[in-house]
Design a binder for this molecule. Sequence first.
Ligand SMILES: Cc1cc2nc3c(=O)[nH]c(=O)nc-3n(C[C@H](O)[C@H](O)[C@H](O)COP(=O)(O)O)c2cc1C
Length: 136
Amino acid sequence: MPTGPLLTYRYLYLSRLAEGLDFATFQPIAVRARARNPAIGISGVLLFDGERFCQLLEGGAVEVRALAQLIQADRRHVELTVLHEAMEPAARLREDWKSGYCESEDLDRFEGPNGLRGPTALSAFAQIAARADLLQ
Ligand SMILES: Cc1cc2nc3c(=O)[nH]c(=O)nc-3n(C[C@H](O)[C@H](O)[C@H](O)COP(=O)(O)O)c2cc1C
């Protein structure tokens, strides 16, 4: 049977932990994501370096956009910068969902107006995620 074209909606962003919050903020977010994302067919990775988040969501356009809106409105982080957002004729980078910790130096390359954006940001993120300390 012929299958349809392979399409993946990708949303990759960088954000900063809100002032007054600490390291302990991460765990309940990771627990929430682990419970919900697979249930709505979203895969990807959420990384935390202690003060910044960097997250890739992959899945259907409707599901990813809806979750991205929820996340954008979450007051536990600020200064959300979208690094890459596109519907792509490609398989997902990851089939599963993970979260975990990375080094601060890892995320520096996405900072500021000269930071990586677009497909370059996506491939840099894939490399960081491959060596990050992923929990579940
Ligand atoms: C950095 C960050 C990443 C998040 N990632 C996810 C996620 O991948 N999946 C998810 O369901 N919620 C995630 N959240 C939580 C959502 O913003 C929101 O609080 C949650 O989905 C609310 O769901 P509920 O009201 O049904 O509990 C994240 C929050 C932050 C601050």
